[in-house]
Design a binder for this molecule. Structure first.
Ligand SMILES: NC(=O)C1=CN([C@@H]2O[C@H](COP(=O)(O)OP(=O)(O)OC[C@H]3O[C@@H](n4cnc5c(N)ncnc54)[C@H](OP(=O)(O)O)[C@@H]3O)[C@@H](O)[C@H]2O)C=CC1
Ligand SMILES: O=C(O)CCCC(=O)O
Length: 470
């Protein structure tokens, strides 16, 4: 069996959200064991950091290649444990592998600098060095890519990393660990530690003196707790938290392109991503035409088990997620919104919710202030550019925003006015390893991917050399 760790036995049971069947029961780590794993990671780190960046890159490159060679098996695991349709799961494996390829190369470019001196006889320079041993906490919605987006830059920078995957999706994470070790990543340098105690594990990661950096992707509430805990040890943090993405369609937009962008953004992983369009703002004069086109596209979506060919909408991750979406739709309807499509649990099974369109939504409704994390298109009308920007920015979140327009002046004005870390202009999918992914305000700290993603795992050391003139 490729992924031997799955047979390790123990207390953590993993279910398929489409069928509720148990997929595997795996070992759950306790905090004492995780503490020892951190210590072992830290003990092998100096030897890894001492290798050349090119040497580390070759190991990472082999890990990337093994992921691609096992793309179908990894995708099958992702679909089984997270529910996302197989085509999306294959896409996630390629996306996740791309971070490894990217950072394998980027690790070779961790340049320092020489700075023109401030005094004769002295020279000023900087070097960049790995931050040390790192920890990661990852969510269930991207069981592969959220791990590689953290581990690849950490390893490329010469760091060690211990990752706690989401309780719902540890199988792909363990498979990634197996492939990394096969590729030549030293076994103790990168470890995946599924656990039934996320609270104690988070506290351990924040307070263990050997953990110099924690990278977290998940809800804003948990991110806030980790930030409070990290204060004691002054642990460096990257936080990729919740979003509330506005998706604005102006009257000069290419409507078909905007509908296509909305479908891609809104229904990716059945609406369960932090960058999914959450509030759909449509200008008065094109509102009805736009909504009609969205209705046609929503009617063509296929709900079902993600493992079935042709499925485009899988289950939500669990019953709590279904109940949350159901409550948001009910609340919006009670406050005056109209259901144009869907609006209820789907017949496919207990974990499924119908792709839904709500019109007549207002910024006061909970469906617009909450991160829906489900397949609900909540449409708000607006009159002009100023109103759209005001509504779009009226949220504590600041992760991704999208808008469709053709007027160049408007494009620049709106792009600059949106208070978000990422803006998609005439595009609904912004995620790529080459660009800096991250948010502002309550959506987090730091950036992942791109050359900036490497800096999250590097310390900048300033060195002053005196006595040059003696
Ligand atoms: N920004 C993003 O990408 C994501 C945002 N979310 C948002 O959060 C909502 C809830 O989803 P949920 O899965 O509960 O998100 P969480 O933030 O609870 O989970 C994300 C990760 O954090 C872990 N975790 C949970 N509590 C703690 C803690 N106290 N200390 C340390 N780690 C902890 C989880 O472990 P375990 O799985 O074991 O509980 C998981 O690994 C979603 O509906 C969505 O709105 C969710 C996922 C991703
Ligand atoms: O939703 C998330 O957890 C963030 C990842 C989404 C992406 O990389 O596009």
């Amino acid at each position: 069996m490729l992924f031997a760790t799955l047979d390790a036995g123990g207390g953590l049971s993993v279910a398929n959200p489409a069928t509720d069947d148990t997929l595997a029961t795996i070992k759950a780590y306790g905090t004492e064991e995780i503490a020892r794993i951190i210590e072992r990671a830290d003990s092998v780190r100096p030897a890894w950091a001492a290798r050349t960046a090119k040497d580390r890159a070759q190991v990472l490159r082999r890990w990337h290649d093994l992921m691609i060679a096992h793309q179908d098996e990894l995708a099958a695991l992702v679909t089984a444990e997270s529910g996302k349709p197989l085509a999306e799961a294959r896409g996630e494996v390629a996306y996740g592998a791309a971070f490894i390829e990217w950072f394998a190369e980027e690790g070779k470019r961790a340049y320092g600098e020489t700075i023109p001196t401030f005094a004769p006889g002295k020279r000023v320079l900087t070097i960049k060095q790995g931050v040390g041993t790192c920890a990661g906490i990852t969510p269930w919605n991207f069981p592969v890519a959220m791990i590689t987006r953290k581990v690849a830059p950490a390893l490329a920078a010469g760091c060690a990393m211990v990752v706690k995957p989401a309780e719902a999706t540890p199988l792909a994470a363990l498979a990634l660990e197996t492939l990394a070790h096969r590729a030549g990543v030293p076994e103790d340098l990168f470890r995946v530690v599924p656990t039934l105690d996320p609270v104690a594990t988070g506290a351990l990661f924040c307070n263990h003196p050997l953990v110099r950096k924690l990278s977290f992707t998940g809800s804003t509430g948990v991110g806030r707790k980790l930030m409070q805990q990290a204060a004691t040890n002054i642990t460096r943090l990257s936080l990729e938290l919740g979003g509330n993405a506005p998706f604005i369609v102006f009257d000069d937009a290419d409507l078909d392109a905007a509908v296509g962008g909305l479908m891609a953004s809104k229904f990716r992983n059945s609406g369960q991503t932090c960058v999914c369009a959450n509030r759909i703002l449509v200008q008065d004069s094109i509102h009805d035409a736009f909504v009609r086109k969205v209705e046609e596209r929503v009617a063509a979506l296929v709900i079902g088990n993600g493992a079935e060919p042709g499925t485009t909408i899988g289950p939500l991750i669990n019953q709590a997620a279904v109940e949350k979406v159901e409550a948001l739709v009910a609340d919006a309807c009670a406050a005056g919104a109209t259901v144009l499509a869907g609006g209820a649990r789907a017949e496919a099974g207990a974990g499924f919710f119908e792709p839904t369109i709500l019109t007549g939504v207002t910024p006061e409704m909970a469906v617009t202030s909450s991160e829906i994390f489900g397949p609900v298109v909540a449409v708000i009308r607006f009159a002009d550019e100023a109103e759209a920007i005001r509504i779009a920015n009226d949220t504590p979140y600041g992760l991704a925003a999208y808008f469709y327009a053709r007027d160049m002046g408007r494009i620049w004005r709106v792009m600059e006015a949106l208070e978000y870390g990422m803006v998609g202009v005439n595009d609904g999918i912004i995620s790529t390893e080459v660009a800096p992914f991250g948010g502002i305000k309550h959506s987090g700290l730091g950036r992942e991917g791109s050359r900036h993603g490497l800096d999250e795992y590097l310390e900048l050391k300033y060195c002053l050399m005196g006595g040059i003139d003696r």
